[in-house]
Design a protein around this ligand. Structure first.
Ligand SMILES: [Zn+2]
Length: 216
């Protein structure tokens, strides 16, 4: 039996999203991106778990356990904010599959500058030649302002937002230096934020939730 996705390789496993047999390669490459995997698919769950374990181990090896603990702390104290940022990155990659790790890198850099500027209270609009970077930066800033509205009373500050965005920058750099593929990080973030997780309409234009948070 041929794979339902590539129609060439031999199908070896059942894909619950395609409701047909798929080859391991297509399953591994396209899961959670082109293929909208149900969250209970054993290949999806195992694949994500193995990937994260491998990355964590490698990162601890290269950066040490202290950075890992610090990162885990930042994440545990700000799970909602991480979720908003990740959801935005996943949505933007699903709607524009041409952006790569470097576009995101420029966007995050620019976004961090914008937050720093806002903290200092001076107004300055950063614009680069890269339109994706501008879009990413504008949206990151919008997310930070939304987080202030929602979580300032719980202690969220732009300084924390900046720290979180710097964490994304360093994770992205780790992927650029250690993982193959020009979109490796975007793919991983997108996989960790499945389309169906919260909002079945996510990714469709004009149906963004969160009261128009995502500016396009
Ligand atoms: Zn295939």
């Amino acid at each position: 039996m041929k794979c339902v996705h590539c129609r060439t390789a031999k199908a070896k496993r059942y894909c619950p999203a395609k409701k047909d047999e798929i080859c391991p390669r297509c399953c591994g490459e396209h899961r959670g991106i082109e293929i909208n995997c149900p969250l209970d698919c054993e290949y999806f769950i195992e694949g994500q778990k193995n990937h994260q374990e491998r990355i964590d181990k490698l990162r601890i090896q290269k950066e040490g356990i202290k950075t890992y603990v610090k990162r885990a702390e930042l994440f545990n104290n700000n799970t909602e904010i991480f979720a908003l940022v990740e959801r935005y990155i996943a949505t933007s990659f699903r709607s524009n599959r041409r952006i790569d790790n470097r576009d995101l890198q420029r966007g995050l850099e620019q976004g961090c500058k914008a937050i720093e500027t806002e903290i200092k209270g001076v107004f300055y609009e950063y614009e680069s030649e890269n339109s994706y970077a501008n879009e990413i930066s504008t949206n990151i800033m919008a997310i930070m302002k939304e987080c202030l509205k929602r979580y300032e009373s719980k202690g969220f500050t732009l300084e924390t937002g900046l720290e979180i965005m710097k964490e994304y920058q360093s994770e992205l750099m780790f992927y650029i230096e250690n993982e193959q593929g020009s979109q490796s990080y975007l793919k991983q973030i997108t996989r960790s934020y499945p389309e169906d997780a919260e909002n079945p309409d996510a990714g469709r234009p004009g149906t963004e939730g969160e009261g128009g948070l995502i500016i396009t």
